[in-house]
Design a binder for this molecule. Structure first.
Ligand code: C6P
Length: 406
């Protein structure tokens, strides 16, 4: 396994005790920690360049605009978009999906159409489509999940039909760690003229992502899961698709001309970014990408896969454990499990008393918990600053928990 432990020095928050024990932070799928370089970029912006973007003709506004637009360019390159104009800044995955489910759907969904998603989607990629279906008279269908945590694609030809207008799928499941074959699924959908949206919340910043290679129409993600501040994220939209979409929020910066009767609108991305954006957040996201690129996304992916495989191997030591998701193959950098002896909430509280941050519950995937007939799961999710020594520490604590709850 490659050793990235020296990078821990870049994360001030990791060097603390929780409940008298050294912090082990294994809740990265909920939100990652932030390196000093990202924190410093926010301080630098507020101390030197703070001004509104795209509006001013003065030095501070020009500097803020340059930093803001340069972050868009970095992001476009990082996810393999054809141009920065295909990248829209949003508050994150949830807002990006809601944008498409409101704006694209209002234009293109009609009664009788089908929205196809999968049984392993986060609520953020279910509820907006259910709302869109209700508004438009379309219906929703799903691809089932197999016992091993992969998609059941046996009947895909019966599900992915010409009646489907939108197909959406999570790239990496936040509850199973499954990496879905999004490229193959998008190619099938595209052949039928179906618009596609991929939820990359657990993929961007953890593994190489290239939206052109995937061949999707939309790709959504959150900055806070990839070292950037909270409140900032992105929506990739293929230029041709964005050009056909009406505006989202109305307000400043998204218009060409406004009269008292009517308005005309700018092209993407400005058309979808009304009002003053989260300038500091965007600059922080740019700094996060710089930071991740100095490490290398392949190394980050390799390290996450090695940690996950080590954790999964060690977790089998625990009596009565059920590990969710694929047992072999490439996985996202997380592992979720259910212990017969303890409710996930009790287990996570016990872990916290020992300084270990896990997440317990349904992880905003209630249909998946129902599918596996469990009330929820406990989840350890890793990032490049985590170590095998921390997994060993987790195992000590989990062994104690098994004794405690039995
Ligand atoms: N999952 C987790 O602990 P936001 O909240 O908009 O940044 O991301 C929503 C979201 C959408 N899709 C997937 C696959 C996700 O994992 C998440 C966020 C967190 O698993 C919070 S529930």
């Amino acid at each position: 396994m490659i050793d990235l432990s020296h990078l821990r020095a870049d994360f001030p928050i990791l060097h603390q005790q929780v409940n008298g024990q050294p912090l082990v932070y294994f809740d990265n799928a909920a939100s990652s920690q932030k390196p000093r370089a990202v924190i410093d970029s926010l301080v630098h912006y507020y101390e030197h360049d703070n001004a509104n973007v795209h509006r001013g003709l003065h030095a501070l506004s020009n500097r803020a605009t340059d930093a803001f637009e340069s972050a868009r360019e970095k992001l476009a390159r990082f996810i393999g978009a054809a141009s920065p104009e295909e990248v829209i800044f949003t508050r994150g995955t949830t807002e990006s999906i809601n944008l498409v489910a409101n704006i694209w759907a209002s234009e293109f969904l009609k009664p009788g159409d089908i929205i196809l998603y999968t049984g392993m989607e986060h609520h953020s990629n279910l509820v907006p489509w259910q709302l869109a279906a209700k508004r438009s008279g379309a219906s929703v269908q799903h691809i089932p999940v197999l016992e091993d945590g992969t998609l059941d694609l046996e009947n895909i030809n019966a599900l992915l039909t010409e009646q489907v207008k939108l197909f959406t799928c999570v790239h990496v499941s936040n509850s199973l760690g499954t990496i879905n074959p999004v490229k193959e699924l998008c190619a099938r959908a595209r052949a039928l003229g179906i618009t596609t949206l991929i939820d990359g919340a657990q993929a961007v910043g953890h593994m190489p992502v290239n939206v052109q290679d995937i061949g999707c129409d939309f790709y959504v993600f959150s900055g806070h899961k990839m070292c950037a501040p909270t409140g900032i994220g992105g929506l990739y939209g293929r230029a041709e698709v964005l050009a056909k979409m009406p505006p989202w929020h109305g307000g400043g910066e998204m218009i060409d001309l406004v009269t008292l009767e009517t308005s005309t609108y700018k092209a993407a991305p400005a058309r979808f970014e009304a009002g003053t954006p989260d300038i500091a957040g965007v600059i922080g996201l740019g700094a996060a990408i710089d930071y991740l690129e100095t490490i290398g996304i392949d190394r980050i992916h390799e390290h996450g896969a090695a940690l996950t495989s080590y954790a999964m191997q060690r977790l089998t030591e625990l009596p009565g454990i059920r590990i969710l998701g694929p047992a072999t193959g490439d996985r996202g950098s997380l592992t979720a499990f259910h212990l017969a002896s303890a409710h996930p909430h009790d287990l996570v509280e016990f872990a916290n008393t020992h300084g270990l941050a896990l997440r317990g519950g349904h992880h905003c995937t209630q249909p998946l918990m129902k599918r596996f007939q469990i009330p929820g799961s406990s989840r350890a999710s890793f990032y490049f600053y985590n170590t095998t020594a921390e997994i060993d520490r987790m195992m000590e604590i989990l062994h104690r928990a098994v004794t405690f709850f039995s």
